[in-house]
Ligand binder design. Structure first.
Ligand SMILES: Nc1ncnc2c1ncn2[C@@H]1O[C@H](COP(=O)(O)OP(=O)(O)O)[C@@H](O)[C@H]1O
Ligand SMILES: [Mg+2]
Length: 221
């Protein structure tokens, strides 16, 4: 049977640097000759991008349950059409947020039952569970101020989740850290308040260790 690829996810609060680091890691691994698929949640498929607009936009009022079910729909399609096929083709798949974000935002932040979230998620993702979760941990104030600086620069308004109070974001952070404590073998927690280069060095080392442990080789260049 052909070798299966490796799934890596980035998690963390607003402005923790997920998008920055996911892109850098994908470029780095491509440079080493790996086949890499970079995708994001919500989004990553045409329907997922439409659901992203609803979820991140502020036009529709949504309960935590409604949010979770929309995220789950987008996630199911991303798994079926992007993540699973890429893993079957031996790609390294890097996903910018995945289901631990639901545990943190709709569980920790929105107070939905973790058992419920886990049981729906098990059906949604099946065997597409990340072998490494890179949790970029940051004080909400620091992350949110990075986002508002970036938003001021490119003229984007804060989204549904960024716009919530700091107490919400503190619960989200705690829930992410609880996920990491519950599965220490799967998570690497990185202090994301450091500079981009320092954070990247830790991200790269953790990712390469998992690829080595799995014996996944770069394609011949
Ligand atoms: N380690 C860092 N130190 C300072 N600024 C950062 C760092 N990482 C990312 N940024 C900046 O913070 C903003 C949010 O980063 P981004 O990667 O979009 O975070 P996320 O995807 O986690 O919300 C961007 O303007 C980015 O350039
Ligand atoms: Mg991002």
């Amino acid at each position: 049977m052909a070798q299966r690829g490796v799934l890596l996810s980035f998690e963390g609060g607003e402005g923790s640097g997920k998008t920055t680091q996911a892109r850098r890691l994908a470029e780095h691994l491509k440079g080493l000759g790996y086949a890499v698929t970079l995708t994001r949640e919500p989004g990553g498929t045409p329907l997922g991008e439409r659901i992203r607009e609803v979820l991140l936009g502020r036009n529709d009022e949504l309960s935590p349950l409604e949010e979770f079910l929309l995220f789950s729909t987008a996630r199911a399609q991303l798994v079926r059409t992007v993540i699973r096929p890429a893993l079957e083709a031996a790609s390294v798949v890097v996903v910018d947020r995945y289901y631990h974000s639901s545990y943190a935002y709709q569980g920790g932040g929105g107070a939905l039952s973790m058992d419920y979230l886990r049981s729906v998620t098990a059906g949604v993702v099946g065997d597409c569970v990340p072998e490494l979760v890179l949790l970029l941990d940051i004080e909400p104030d620091t992350g949110l101020s990075r986002c508002s600086r970036a938003g001021a620069k490119d003229g984007t308004a804060s989204d549904r989740f960024e716009g919530r109070g700091v107490e919400f974001h503190k619960r989200v952070r705690e829930a992410f850290l609880s996920c990491a404590q519950a599965e220490p073998e799967r998570f690497v927690v990185v202090d994301a308040s450091d500079g981009i280069e320092d954070v990247f060095a830790r991200v790269r080392d953790a990712a390469l260790e998992v690829l080595r442990a799995r014996g996944l080789q770069p394609l011949a260049k």
